[in-house]
Each structure stands twice: as C-alpha cells, then as structure tokens.
Design a protein around this ligand. Sequence first.
Ligand code: HEM
Length: 369
Amino acid sequence: MTAAGLTTGLGGCTPDSARPGRRSPAPGATPVPVPATGRHQAGITLPQPAQRHLLAVVADLDATVAPGPLLAELGETIRTLTAGTDRRLLGLPPGDLTVTVGVGPRLVRAAGAALPGAADLPRFSRERIAPQARGGDLLLQICASDAPLLPVVAAALADQAGDRLRERWRQSAHRGAQVSVGNGLTAPRNPLGFIDGIVGPHTAAEQRRDLWLAGPPEVAGGTLAVLRRMELDLPRFAALSVAEQEAVLGRRRASGVPLSGGTAASGPALGAKTPDGRYLVPADAHVRRAHSSVVGVGLMLRRSYSVDEPAPGLFFISFQNELRTFTATLAHMETADALLPFTTTTAGATFLILPGFDRRHPLGSRLFG
Ligand code: HEM
C-alpha cells in the first residue's frame, strides 16, 4: 500500500500502522504525494518516514482578525500547493509536501476555555527563550523531501494571509538518513549520534489511545503539538566515552539496542540488574526518566529534526492527545535525567493541531465556524 493510499477521508479510520520508516523510498526515488485532506492533517503520521526537511513558521494573528476565514483560506491554499496547481509554487513539483496547521492557546481559549490546547506550555528549567520565540498563535509546519520548496511554500502562505499574520519565529531543520532498527522499522540519528524516534504510538490502536483527540467534536481528529528547540552541548557530550554516552541515553549508540539487551525495537527492561544489583539501564538514563510507564502517561509521537542554526541541536517535536504527556515527562526528566544538562531550550510552543479538512469541511471550520 502506498503512503497516499493510507490516508482516509473524513470519518475514515486511522492508518492501520505508521511505524517509523516503513515503506522507505529508495534514495533518489520520486517522493510519493501525501494528500492534504482527510480525517487527520498530513505531516504527523504521514508520510512514513517523515520527510528530510522541515520549516516551522510561527506567527501571530492581528487582534481584529477572525481565525475562521483565514484558516479556511490557508487550508484551500495548502490543497492547491500540495496538488501542484498553485502558481505561487513557481513550477516546483510538490512531491511529498505537507503543511500541518496548529493554533496556539490564545486562539483556542477564545473558542472555548476548556478545550484541549487552551493551556500554555509551562516554563521549565534550562530555558533561555527570548519572548519572541515563546508561544505564538499559528503554526505552519512545512515538510518536504525537496528543500527548496519550503521557503517558497512559506512565502505562498504568507502571501495568502497578507497583513492578517505577523511572523514571530521560524526554524529550519533536517533529518539524516533512516537507520534500520529491526522489525522492518527505521528512524534517523540525532546530532548526538543516537537513533531517535524508536518508541512511540505506531499502531492504530496506540494512535487512537494516545495520539488523536477523540473529542469534543470541535477538535476530534486533531492532536496537541509541542515544539522545543534545544541547543546541545556537543563538545561536552563528545568528550565522554561511548559507554558514558550510552549511559546518558540508556541505549547503544551504534545500534539503538537498550542497555538491558534485546533488539533496538524492543523497549528497555527497566527492572533488569547486573549480578551486583545495579540497573542495566541507569537510574538517570534518558530512556528511563522519559519512559511512559515510569512517568504514568501515554505515548508521545516524537518527530524531531536536527538543527544547525542558530546553534547545533535538536528541534524536538512531539504529538500527543494530552499536554500532560509532555509536561509530566519533562518534569520527571528535570529531577534526574542525565541528558538534560547537555541541553538548553531556546524556543518553545504548544499548538492544537486542527482536525483534518476537505473541500466540504474547511480547515478550522469546526472550531471557528
Ligand atoms: C535534545 C534533547 C533530546 C534528545 C537528544 C533525545 C534523544 C532521545 C533518544 C536517542 C531516545 C532513544 C530512542 C527512542 O526511543 O527514540 C529518546 C527516547 C525518548 N525521549 Fe528523548 N531526547 C531529547 C529530549 C526529550 C524530551 C524533551 C522529551 C519529552 C519531554 C523526550 C522524550 C522521550 C521519550 C518519551 C522517549 C522514549 C523512552 C522509552 O520509552 O524508551 N526526549 N530520546
């Protein structure tokens, strides 16, 4: 089945399974188009694997602007851009272009104070976030295999919005080659050299349970995104021995296999100990501190990218149907995660990713219609 064939119409069901990296296209192959319309927006579980290039644009709406008509127009523009019929593409083939739209807490609160997505992201330790790079009203997550498309698409969407949108911050990011982790799964390496994105809600049942919002009707089929740009202290991490690096993460650097053994695709056995009683996955290892059952939360779908500007690091992106999945995980990491001292967060925001749309149900119409 092609990636395109996995997207269903409104009211359809979640793709059967969107495991990391299944159906990897051959290098140099023409990317398979990803339909913009359906029950869920593209750019979250599809395509698989995620495209190599990302541009996130975060903007504010002028206080007098009604979100409904603007979102509907943006949705229609996304449809024509991904179909390759928008003249503002300047003839560039859209390939596997996806544009995923989210609205920030201020706009969600205006639609309903109790709706998922109405809460701001709290502050955490190790943040150095300029006011401009915190939060925002609108997210445009633009992804494609073909890097030159990204600024062209951002410019087309900005042209459509005109002076109704004021850009707040933007971030370009890239992913490396997919690495096989067994069981037919692949994931890319992050700038620390480790395979990143193995654990997540990859089956349809896990996605229904932990990824997609089931309701209320205004948001059903959407999800919550958290974006955090994290600088990494690469010289200090590189100065550690490989064994020390692996103790920080809790997995083998080369293979992604948990320090408790098994295969990369198997989860860490957190109770496993050495004969002298030490945990094989150390008490402060990242995969233990961030483990969903240790924290007591659902699975988050991590779709992170590497960045080199403004400083080398990770553009952490996660999707989950409760903000608490992210906040409780990071709070649990803050008490003891050996990875955190290597990070400084320099941008951060959360967005309600709107439910999917089509011609009869414009983007944002259920929330702002
Ligand atoms: C620069 C910062 C970070 C780096 C380099 C990083 C890297 C990694 C790596 C290499 C893994 C193991 C492989 C995998 O399952 O994908 C992992 C697992 C994970 N990370 Fe991170 N991570 C970072 C920050 C975060 C943050 C901020 C969160 C959430 C608050 C998070 C949540 C998780 C979760 C939930 C897992 C799966 C743990 C498990 O169940 O085994 N990570 N991360």
